[in-house]
Design a protein around this ligand. Structure first.
Ligand SMILES: Cc1cc2nc3c(=O)[nH]c(=O)nc-3n(C[C@H](O)[C@H](O)[C@H](O)COP(=O)(O)OP(=O)(O)OC[C@H]3O[C@@H](n4cnc5c(N)ncnc54)[C@H](O)[C@@H]3O)c2cc1C
Length: 527
């Protein structure tokens, strides 16, 4: 089978991948692959918006200071400054491409000024629509939907002898999900824009595509990973068997909603003077504590004090979605649980998205640039993705301009793999990982819980690896293998951090160290 060759290979179609592709296509050919449809991305789910300074009474320094204080001592000051200083210019790109934001700005937890650009509570969906439309107008971009990257092709993967030496990325093996074939995509630069990994946890606000594929692929080929233990949990995700990952925005608490136990008693007064308006991690920890001590599955969010008229106007998306599941938020309490929401860590990169492997970039939630430190400030992630897609294009363009001759790259070899007659292994392992990650590596951790999790993931990794090499691979198996790898990285990151900081809270080391440092994980690449 012939290889697909282009200047840029972009993996992922959220805000990071799409905005990179639009700009890169001005100077070269772009291949964009995405594992479902283009719009299947966490970006489409963002409700709150994008933070950027626009009011003369606000200031860049203030936005920087809010970001650094959320990041709890681990942000890279240079990255934060660059991203925030360049926010207005990148927001203008979105507007030039057709995005329309509401006239007034939103206020969110941790921001000291109303600076969040939004479009109702559908901001992410609107942005994604605008970017997809723009992509469809570019001549230089070939889009492959329902194509899932399996593994990156690096110098060490082609020839074991060079593994770990001067690694360079040449492309990726990609499963065409409908055609059931594994194809080779080569490019002068490869960009991971594969989003986060919320699906590592049972309860998550993230969509099904968020299985940490880019993080796992990068780690397997030896890229440096950073701060994987900092997983942000959103306090209020709808608890309903059919509503897999629906978020009840923080703005609902901002409008006066009260958290109640199943017996109707409020409880936030026990945890923080600001009660329901306490910072996100404190509210999530309080709910977790109440659930662990009561053994219940959920708590309630009560916004019934506001009438239907107000709720339908302020929260049209949340109101209609709850109603679809039989909950009228003007009359009923909403059952909620904390849910994994955002990965602050990821593939360690420079501000320009360069990873430790030459010609391999990572941008958006997959990357760890240093922007978010130990805790992300609300509405800063779409911003970081947008700004770093731009800096990455500038650097990637230089690499693409240099002459390049591809080495001989073998086609994918399935060996003696056969069709699986035991798909139950995949679903069983998938469930097991997501359960124990929630219980042992969730909001409140301890040395003992992390040890238990580490033992379990080691066993599961062996089983998954055997299964992976013996059977013909499917997208479910690829994703299982990746969530197992990300779970392992989160556990090991959490074990290395012998302090509590930002989103990482452990009963055995409740204080913060006086010398904050990133957690770095790297392993010798495997083929
Ligand atoms: C419910 C919710 C609400 C949020 N609200 C906000 C908000 O208001 N403001 C804010 O700043 N942030 C918000 N966030 C976070 C923000 O949405 C994400 O961090 C951001 O959208 C990530 O963008 P991305 O381009 O990096 O990844 P994504 O948008 O997740 O896109 C990743 C893409 O990669 C594809 N992909 C993954 N693996 C593969 C593979 N192996 N092969 C091919 N394709 C692959 C996926 O299909 C997808 O297209 C929210 C997140 C959630 C879940």
């Amino acid at each position: 089978m012939a290889h697909h060759i282009s200047d840029y290979l972009v993996i992922g179609s959220g805000i990071a991948g799409l905005s990179f592709a639009i700009k890169a296509s001005q100077t070269g050919s772009v291949t964009l692959i995405t594992k479902r449809r283009l719009a299947d991305a966490a970006t489409s789910y963002a409700q709150g918006g994008i933070a950027a300074v626009s009011d003369p009474e606000d200031s860049t320094e203030r936005h920087i200071s809010d970001t650094l204080s959320a990041g709890a001592g681990l942000c890279s000051q240079d990255v934060v400054s660059y991203v925030i200083e360049h926010a207005p210019a990148r927001m203008q790109d979105l507007v030039d491409w057709g995005m329309r934001f509401d006239a007034e700005r939103g206020l969110e937890a941790g921001h000291t000024f109303r600076r969040v650009f939004h479009a109702g509570d559908f901001t992410g969906r609107e942005i994604e629509d605008v970017l997809i439309k723009k992509i469809s107008q570019q001549k230089n971009i070939a889009v492959f939907e329902n194509h899932i990257a399996v593994d990156l092709i690096t110098t060490g993967k082609i020839n074991r002898r060079f593994a770990g030496a001067d690694e360079r990325c040449w492309g990726a093996y990609v499963l065409d999900i409908n055609g059931n074939t594994i194809q080779t995509f080569l490019a002068k630069t490869v960009v991971l824009a594969t989003g986060g990994a919320g699906k590592v946890y049972l309860y998550t606000s993230s969509p099904d595509v968020s299985t940490g594929d880019g993080m796992a692929m990068a780690y397997r080929c030896g890229a440096t990973m950073a701060n994987m233990e900092f997983v942000q949990f959103h306090p209020t995700c709808l608890f309903h068997p059919q509503a897999k990952s629906f978020l009840i925005s923080e703005a609902v608490r901002g409008e006066g909603a009260i958290l109640r136990l199943k017996n109707g008693q409020p409880f936030m007064h026990k945890y923080h003077p600001m009660k329901e308006l306490a910072p996100r991690d404190i509210v999530a920890r309080a709910i977790d504590q109440e659930l662990k001590s009561s053994g219940e599955d959920f708590v309630y969010l009560d916004i019934t004090a506001k009438g239907e008229k107000f709720l339908t106007a302020r929260f049209p998306n949340i109101y209609s979605t709850c109603l679809k599941y039989g909950i009228d938020m003007a009359k009923d309490f909403i059952p909620v649980v904390p849910a994994a929401h955002y990965f602050c860590g990821g593939v360690k990169t420079t501000l320009s998205g360069e990873t430790s492997i030459r010609h391999l970039f990572a941008i958006g939630e997959t990357a760890c640039t240093g922007m978010h430190g130990a805790n992300r400030l609300a509405s800063n992630s779409l911003l970081e993705a947008l700004v770093c897609a731009d800096t990455a294009v500038t650097r990637a363009r230089e690499l693409v301009a240099a002459p390049c001759s591809f080495p001989d790259i073998p086609v994918w070899d399935s060996g003696n793999a056969r069709d699986s007659d035991e798909s139950v292994v995949v679903s069983q392992n998938w469930e097991e990982i997501r359960h124990f990650m929630g219980n042992y590596v969730g909001i409140v951790r301890s040395t003992k819980r992390l040890e238990r999790a580490a033992r379990r993931i080691e066993l599961l990794q062996q089983e998954i690896s055997e299964y992976y090499w013996n059977f013909i691979i499917t997208s479910d198996l690829i994703e299982l293998r990746n969530i197992a790898t990300v779970a392992e990285l989160v556990i090991h990151g959490a074990q290395q951090r012998r302090e509590s900081r930002g989103l990482h809270y452990t009963l055995d080391f409740p204080a913060s160290s006086a010398h904050p440092a990133d957690t770095i994980i790297r392993r010798f690449p495997t083929v």
